[in-house]
Design a protein around this ligand. Sequence first.
Ligand code: URA
Length: 194
Amino acid sequence: MALAHEQLALACAACHRCGLAAGRQRVVVSRGNPRARLLVIGEAPGAQEDAQGQPFVGRSGQLLDRLLAAAGIDVATEAYICNVVKCRPPGNRKPTAAELAACRPWLEQQIALVDPPLVLLVGATALQGVLGIRGGITGLRGQWRPWGERWLMPILHPSYLLRNPSERPGSPRALTLDDLRRVRERLTPLPAPL
Ligand code: URA
C-alpha cells in the first residue's frame, strides 16, 4: 500500500539508509502536483535543493522549468518532480550504486503514489537508477519506451544544457525542447489531474 504524500515526506525526512544522511541539510522529496500525469525524475539534490528542501530549484532546475514551460507544460499543475536520490552527495558527485539502491524504495513509493502514465528520466543517472542502463543517454534521449503500464522518455540533463547554451537547430537544447514538445503531445489527451 502506497504511503500518502505527507507520510512519505515524513518517512523520508527520518531516513538513514545510507551515508548521505550524515551530510544533508534537508531530505529533498518532491515538488509539483502529486496527482500529475507526468513524473519527472532527476539525479540528486545540489546545494540549492539541499538548502531549500525542493528538487530542481537551482540553475539546472530553473532551466528545466523554462524548457518545460516553453513546451507548454506547467510544472505546478502538470508535473511531479523528484530525484532518484533524495539527499545531496558531497561536492555534487554522482550517487553511488549503493546509494541508488538504498533510495530506490522511496522512489518506488513515489511512483505508486503518483501512478503516472508518463515518466521523464532527466539525465544519465536517472536512466541508470530507474532502468539500470549505464551510458547511452545521447542515443536514447527523446525515445518513448514502454515501462509496464507507463511510457518513459529519457532526456538530457539541464546541467549539460547549461554547459551547451546554443539553441541552434540540432543543438542539445533544441533537441531537448523537441523532446519536451513530444511529451506535451502525449500529455494533452490524458485526463487532467483532479
Ligand atoms: N540536478 C538534479 O538532477 N536534481 C536536482 O534536484 C537538482 C539538480
